[in-house]
Design a protein around this ligand. Sequence first.
Ligand code: ATP
Ligand code: MG
Ligand code: ZN
Length: 249
Amino acid sequence: MSRYSLKRSFFGGEPCRVCDEIRTKIYYRHPFPLPAGMPKGHWLLSDCACIRKERVESRLEQQNLLTRTRRPDPLPIGLRSHSFENFTVMPLNKKSYEDCQIFTSRFPQDHGRGILLMGPSGTGKTHLACAIANRLKESHSVFFASLPILLEKMRTSNVDLDGLLSADLLVLDDIGSERETAWTTERLLMIVDGRMIKSRATIFTSNYDLADFDARLGMRAASRIISNNLHVFLKGPDWRMNRHGRRVY
Ligand SMILES: Nc1ncnc2c1ncn2[C@@H]1O[C@H](COP(=O)(O)OP(=O)(O)OP(=O)(O)O)[C@@H](O)[C@H]1O
Ligand SMILES: [Mg+2]
Ligand SMILES: [Zn+2]
């Protein structure tokens, strides 16, 4: 050890008044030369049991703080309140509601099987998809995207493709509503196929009929989406209508 490296000398000690452990006096020598007249180091007391305990506790607290710092909410603000609790269950949507609940409670299932939610506008497809996502987002990585918006974003800026393909759960809202071109068809296939290969579940919502899927989504994406997911049909009223039959929003 060089003359100025960190050096310890032991020189008696004193008992801690709480745990009685002897706190040895340690002389820490500065690892570098100091100007003449200044001390070469300083005296410290070694840690006793209570100090070690305190240090472990504070480290744990810091770790908790770090893990508690949430990742940003994956859902757009307007969809964060959609839950199973505020979904009105009635005979027409009871089976679909239960299918979604079972999916959530068994998540993640083998082979990355997901859900294909279909039905007319306003029947609660996005609501149920988000109820699942909101339930799972604390414990799993979740990604939400409206397909037409996502494709537009992919065309004009950088999208976190890795997050999109690797998220435990992806909600792809409104498939089929995108402007269909060779490019959008190819992008959708890449997402669907990329997730299937990784056995990651996707929830799709669409208000197109299965019969239109080939034409709207391209044959290859359509056949994968149709064959790999549980089909859930939503029926019932258009919840965006008021009781006079007018569209409210
Ligand atoms: N069963 C329900 N109970 C309570 N609110 C509902 C129910 N179904 C739908 N809603 C509400 O109605 C509105 C429309 O529902 P949602 O957006 O899920 O429809 P959608 O089927 O996705 O329609 P679109 O095909 O037009 O996208 C939302 O505000 C949603 O919270
Ligand atoms: Mg919707
Ligand atoms: Zn002590």
